[in-house]
Design a protein around this ligand. Structure first.
Ligand code: UT7
Length: 348
């Protein structure tokens, strides 16, 4: 039994901030941001939330797949920036869609999140547990961005992408089949928590009502809700460390996944990489000795949308008619944790 992506969707907030808008907040320039990152503008939520964007991206993906909400067995929302802690964002999406039969949970693995959501759903589908999965990456990173820190605020943006994954046994005869190598591609993923300090964001819910202990920032600034947050409550990043990690580990993990599945680089039509920095994408292409045409990018328009970047890019390629049946794609994510991984998919 195997499973294929049979529909994609995305939702992008209409409000944009270009690099000149950012230059009015911090000491930077359009030229520096374009040259060092490739980003020209990013879309930022206004009335939208992580859940509302996830639900709209999901609606569009279901529509593209021709699948009704009632047919969905599994909803996974990958996010680090949900507007709800309880219930999980996936349950909120279920409610919005009326996907009454779905099992729902969130997944938190930052920019590798969508690849891990795909792998998780694939495991469920190929083992016969579920047949139809809705995978969503949705992020409101503008809520986690320190708009006074030029090392991070130039990079991030908001948005959501979704995909419908279906097993080829929709008729429902084969339950819990024995693993059949060759029918689908095995993923390769890694984590290195010891290096997690390179990209962090502290929880905003660290007031302990039992002991009465508040974090220091709360004690210092009780009068003003916004100033209760110190810098550690926004994303903090050692940009150079993350950059070095990405340009080393991403080509390595792509090499591993190709070797494991005995697929040659020439057989890959597109490498759908997490959209963090144009220079990272270019460095990965160079190390793999693969042409840049195989590395589509949209970070110039959206910035880094964490776990939403891969499904948004996938949806754009799909809607532009660039994906053809039988094509092989590599999805590659990397980011906070540290986590990284790659999966091969064959387009339906
Ligand atoms: O989703 C995954 C997580 N994130 C990433 O993948 C991000 C990975 N890292 C990066 O993309 C890059 O490291 C950044 C874009 C964040 C920074 O670019 P960089 O080329 O590594 O810059 P840098 O930190 O080495 O700084 C170079 C110079 C410094 O000035 P001096 O010391 O050479 O005079 C910085 O102070 O550029 C300065 N600088 C800036 N100048 C204008 C740093 N940020 C800015 C800025 N505007 N926004």
């Amino acid at each position: 039994m195997t499973a294929t992506i049979c529909g994609t969707g995305s939702y992008i907030p209409s409000y944009t901030m270009d690099n000149n808008d950012i230059a009015r907040l911090v000491e930077t320039s359009d030229e520096w941001i374009r040259e060092r990152t490739g980003v020209a503008r990013r879309h930022i939520i206004q009335d939208e939330t992580t859940v509302s964007m996830a639900a709209e991206a999901a609606r569009r993906a279901l529509n593209d797949a021709g699948v009704s909400p009632e047919e969905v067995d599994l909803i996974i929302v990958s996010t680090i920036s949900s507007n709800v802690i309880l219930p999980c964002a996936a349950c909120e999406v279920q409610k919005e869609l009326g996907a009454v039969h779905a099992t729902c949970f969130d997944l938190s693995a930052a920019c590798t999140g969508f690849v891990l959501a795909y792998n998780t759903a694939l495991a469920y589908l190929t083992s016969g547990v579920y047949r139809t999965a809705l995978l969503i990456g949705s992020e409101s990173l503008s809520n986690l961005t320190n708009w006074k820190d030029r090392g991070t605020c130039i990079l991030f943006g908001d948005g959501a992408g979704a995909a419908v994954l279906r097993s080829d046994d929709v008729a429902g005869t084969e339950m819990f089949p024995i693993y059949d190598p060759g029918k689908y591609f095995l993923p390769v993923t890694h984590s290195e928590g010891a290096k997690g300090g390179a990209l962090t964001c502290k929880s905003r819910h660290d007031f302990n009502g039992l002991t009465g202990e508040k974090h220091q920032a709360c004690q210092d600034h009780q009068a003003d809700a916004e100033s209760m947050l110190d810098e550690s409550h926004y994303m903090q990043m050692d940009g150079q460390a993350v950059f070095k990690f990405a340009v080393k580990k991403v080509p390595e993990v792509i090499g591993e996944v190709l070797k494991l599945n005995q697929v040659a680089p020439e057989e890959i039509d597109y490498y759908i990489m997490h959209q963090a920095n144009k220079r990272i994408v270019e460095a990965v292409a160079k190390r793999l000795d693969e042409p840049m045409e195989k590395f589509p990018m949209n970070l110039q328009e959206y910035g880094n949308t964490s776990s939403a970047s891969i499904p948004i890019l996938l949806d754009e390629l799909n809607r532009e008619g660039k994906l053809k049946p039988g094509q092989k794609l590599v999805l590659a994510g990397f980011g906070a944790g540290l986590t990284w991984g790659a999966s091969i998919i064959e387009w339906h």
